[in-house]
Design a binder for this molecule. Structure first.
Ligand code: ATP
Length: 203
């Protein structure tokens, strides 16, 4: 039988407990066998000073997920041509792992824009979409066939990576929001502090 693998895409700058709670909820309360946190690479054409280099974000995801048997980091998009379109990543993964069935995990808020994704019909045809609730979401576009969408009633935890970065910059305590090993890495590497070279303040 095919191993059902849920893909949770993100920049994870940094990965926080909100991400892990969602991934763990899917690992424990859905038919997915594994959840992969797919770290989206830095797009060289979109300059964003606060986005850490790919390998640092991957390292943080590795640290945050190491205690979870069914949750893994993925750097699959690092080697793919830019910009990364999800449809291409899925095709690449399917070829590399023919024994797996890949599903997409996304918040209700992202579902609203799905019909604008490149070849979204192709994605939907081959990959079920698992959706979790977000406060910011309402409604669903009629373009998306409902029989390919599976709603999972995961907890709504409104923690944001942007807020975490701003708090670190301002010297606030963010340790409850991060895996201890992730915080250790950020602290040791001096990430997101205004004094870090190449890191600008965020608006
Ligand atoms: P940023 O604030 O830097 O934009 P983010 O946490 O919103 O960061 P990503 O790191 O790209 O964004 O998050 C990965 C995925 O997880 C995205 O699809 C995002 O919508 C979702 N996500 C982010 N925060 C939460 C949360 N607290 N609960 C559930 N899903 C979340």
């Amino acid at each position: 039988m095919h191993k059902k693998t849920g893909l949770f895409f993100g920049t994870f700058n940094p990965v926080h407990v909100g991400h892990i709670i969602i991934a763990n909820h899917f690992a424990e309360h859905s038919d997915l066998d594994e959840i992969w946190l797919v770290v989206t690479p830095h797009n060289p054409f979109k300059k964003k000073n606060t986005l850490l280099p790919d390998h640092h974000r991957l390292e943080m995801v590795y640290r945050a997920t190491q205690d979870f048997e069914k949750i893994r980091p993925s750097d699959i998009e690092f080697k793919l041509p830019q910009p990364n379109y999800t449809v291409n990543t899925l095709a690449h993964l399917q070829e590399k792992y023919p024994g797996r069935e890949f599903c997409l995990i996304m918040g209700e808020d992202n579902l609203k824009g799905l019909h604008k994704w490149k070849n979204y019909e192709v994605i939907l045809k081959h990959h079920p979409i698992y959706v979790y609730p977000r406060i910011t979401a309402s409604g669903q576009p009629t373009e998306v066939p409902r029989d390919r969408i599976f709603k999972i009633d995961a907890p709504v935890i409104e923690i944001s990576a942007t807020a975490i970065r701003n708090d670190i910059r301002d010297g606030k305590n963010v340790t409850p929001l991060l895996h201890p090993e992730v915080w250790k890495y950020i602290d040791e590497m001096n990430f997101y502090r205004s004094t870090t070279p190449g890191q600008a303040r965020e608006a």
